[in-house]
Design a protein around this ligand. Structure first.
Ligand code: HEC
Ligand code: HEC
Ligand code: HEC
Ligand code: HEC
Ligand code: HEC
Ligand code: HEC
Ligand code: HEC
Length: 402
């Protein structure tokens, strides 16, 4: 679950209320000034706002199932990208529980903080989730596993009917076993059912699958049978049928330059490029509207990044793809990020700023910049560290700067 997944319609109303408050308490000029600042200094929109604009945007509801061609088709012409993207955690962000390596390699997980005993037992790729209070017990097969388990893995299941329920427990990598699902721990559940699960409303089901799978909503409806698990090519580039046709016919195009007819976020403005990844990772507005504060916000790289001094009014040299190739594994060698910093910062060999290097040089370090300036922060509900994307001079022992 990401932070923005916590946004409820109520919060959208809250934002409108905030804006209306400016209208009420001051002149229209004040309203415009604040509105302008919010959108330009922080340059951003909420995902809901982007989705309301025409054209493709990640997590959108899709017009038709028939417009998707699938990764295997993309692989015919983009073989290298397809082979590497398939191995990324994004491509494996959700799977049927039966296909979860994690469940299969942890045949029995038990957690019993109080009155209730929780267990997930996996045998021959079938996982059962059981909760008991000593007298009675409830048990259901798990259906979906969310997350590769890099940090954690959560589970959805169904009872007799078609509705989804979220298991009250999640696997955490740092613990090596299950504990309460983030934000879902209950001090005193009213009974065994409440202790066991949380019913997930259909609108939220659509959002979960919208961020963790491809093509899950068609024509305003959630389509469990045809969705493609994981964030694959068409989750970020839009349904590909037009592009494939166009590229196949390219030779016949007399001008020699066919329209690519596919979405490529490389053409976006820097602010929109950040929001693009923010469709799932949480834009600045998404996090604000969700009301999340403190270290939990470190889970949203887009939110933190644009509050860095480096970002200025928005800069193509500091978009997500300046440091991450979404088709490749996350780079964990800190030295590999130096070149991104040195696109703007003068190196210590040439310490004065130049027109092309408008950032000052560091008086302390010459390489592995991120180890000191993009610190890891511990997020308690995830039992794990996240990289704070607010680039800054971090002082030891300081409180997390909101
Ligand atoms: C707005 C998009 C969005 C929604 C909605 C969403 N997620 Fe996520 N989820 C993400 C992103 C992005 C990450 C990676 C960043 C992070 O860990 O916070 C993530 C991470 C996770 C992780 C940790 C993954 C790992 O490998 O460590 C789990 C587990 C998870 N989500 C489960 C869920 C479940 C279950 C739901 C619905 C009940 C859900 N998510 C809804 C975007 C979303
Ligand atoms: C028949 C071969 C073929 C198939 C199949 C194909 N592509 Fe392409 N694609 C190309 C070629 C050739 C280009 C380069 C076009 C150019 O630069 O004018 C391209 C360019 C692109 C671009 C950059 C477009 C731009 O305007 O910047 C993206 C993104 C892309 N492809 C994604 C995909 C995805 C996603 C799929 C699967 C849904 C896919 N392609 C399937 C041949 C193909
Ligand atoms: C359709 C939703 C979606 C979009 C769009 C998206 N992401 Fe993700 N991303 C996820 C989810 C979900 C995860 C968590 C995967 C997991 O660990 O289970 C994730 C994880 C990641 C990770 C962590 C990988 C690792 O090895 O731990 C990186 C880095 C990342 N995304 C970068 C990006 C960038 C850069 C963009 C924009 C170009 C982007 N993402 C756009 C959904 C998305
Ligand atoms: C998480 C989002 C995401 C996913 C998933 C994704 N892409 Fe991309 N893709 C991007 C972004 C962002 C860019 C622009 C990169 C840049 O800024 O240069 C891009 C650029 C491209 C390009 C054109 C630029 C180039 O390097 O040639 C092609 C072709 C492409 N993607 C194909 C694919 C294919 C094929 C898949 C599936 C195997 C895929 N992409 C999956 C986000 C994604
Ligand atoms: C200036 C370089 C830089 C930029 C720009 C950047 N990142 Fe990162 N990102 C990093 C570094 C460094 C790590 C930590 C890598 C490691 O684990 O060693 C990281 C890690 C991540 C992770 C893994 C989870 C975590 O917190 O460690 C995600 C997800 C992620 N980035 C998403 C994004 C997104 C989305 C954007 C755009 C808003 C972005 N990043 C922009 C440098 C960058
Ligand atoms: C787009 C250009 C750009 C990129 C890329 C960039 N910076 Fe900066 N950075 C700047 C500018 C300009 C300033 C000065 C801003 C100011 O003083 O208002 C700055 C300021 C800083 C500061 C001082 C912040 C403070 O709190 O006083 C640090 C530290 C820093 N950058 C480190 C880095 C590191 C490390 C990287 C790579 C991970 C990086 N920057 C990438 C442009 C950039
Ligand atoms: C060993 C930790 C460390 C490493 C590695 C490091 N820095 Fe720094 N950096 C610092 C500290 C500490 C300061 C604050 C120095 C001070 O206040 O005098 C600083 C200050 C800065 C500043 C502010 C300078 C100013 O005059 O305002 C920038 C910009 C910066 N670093 C960028 C970088 C870049 C770019 C790299 C990589 C090439 C880098 N740093 C590597 C620790 C480090």
């Amino acid at each position: 679950m990401s932070l923005s997944s916590l946004i409820s319609p109520l919060l959208w109303k809250k934002r409108d209320k905030v804006l209306r408050k400016y209208l009420r308490c001051g002149s229209l000029f004040f309203f415009l000034a604040v509105g302008f600042q919010a959108r330009s200094a922080l340059g951003q929109l909420s995902t809901e706002d982007h989705l309301a604009e025409p054209g493709f945007w990640p997590t959108q509801d899709n017009a038709s199932r028939d417009n998707f061609v699938g990764t295997d088709t993309c692989a015919r012409c983009h073989g290298v990208k397809a082979a590497s993207q398939k191995k990324t955690p994004m491509a494996r962000a959700a799977m049927f529980a039966s296909l979860s390596d994690l469940l299969n390699s942890h045949p029995l997980m038990v957690f019993g903080p109080g009155k209730y005993q929780y267990r997930i037992e996996t045998r021959r790729s079938q996982s059962r989730y059981t909760v008991s209070d000593g007298n009675q017990g409830l048990s259901f097969p798990l259906r979906w596993a969310f997350g590769t388990g890099r940090v954690g893995q959560s589970y959805l299941f169904k009872k007799q009917n078609a509705d989804f329920f979220e298991a009250r427990v999640t696997y955490f990598e740092k613990l090596g076993t299950i504990d309460f699902t983030p934000w879902r721990a209950l001090l005193s559940p009213s009974g065994i059912e409440e202790a066991m699960d949380r019913p997930v409303p259909q609108s939220e089901v659509m959002r979960c699958f919208g961020c963790h799978t491809t093509g899950s909503s068609v024509g305003g409806r959630f389509d469990e049978t045809h969705l493609v698990p994981g964030v694959t090519c068409e989750a970020c580039h839009g349904p590909g049928i037009g592009h494939v046709q166009s590229m196949t016919d390219q030779k016949a195009d007399s001008s020699g330059k066919a329209k690519t007819a596919i979405f490529n976020s490389a053409h976006l403005s820097p602010g929109d490029a950040i929001d693009f990844c923010g469709a799932c990772h949480g834009t600045w507005w998404d996090v604000k509207l969700a009301g999340v504060k403190g270290v939990s916000t470190a889970r949203s790289a887009p939110y933190r990044l644009i509050t860095s001094k480096c970002w200025g009014k928005g800069d193509a040299r500091l978009t997500c793809t300046a440091c991450h190739d979404p088709h490749e594994q996350l780079q964990t060698d800190a030295a590999a990020y130096d070149k991104a910093c040195l696109k703007c910062h003068a190196s210590s060999l040439e310490p004065s700023k130049t027109a092309s290097h408008d950032g000052p040089a560091c008086s302390v370090g010459t390489s592995r910049c991120t180890t000191c300036h993009m610190v890891k922060v511990y997020v308690p509900e995830m039992h794990s560290d996240f990289t704070d994307h607010r680039i800054r001079i971090a002082k030891t022992g300081e409180a997390f700067p909101d």
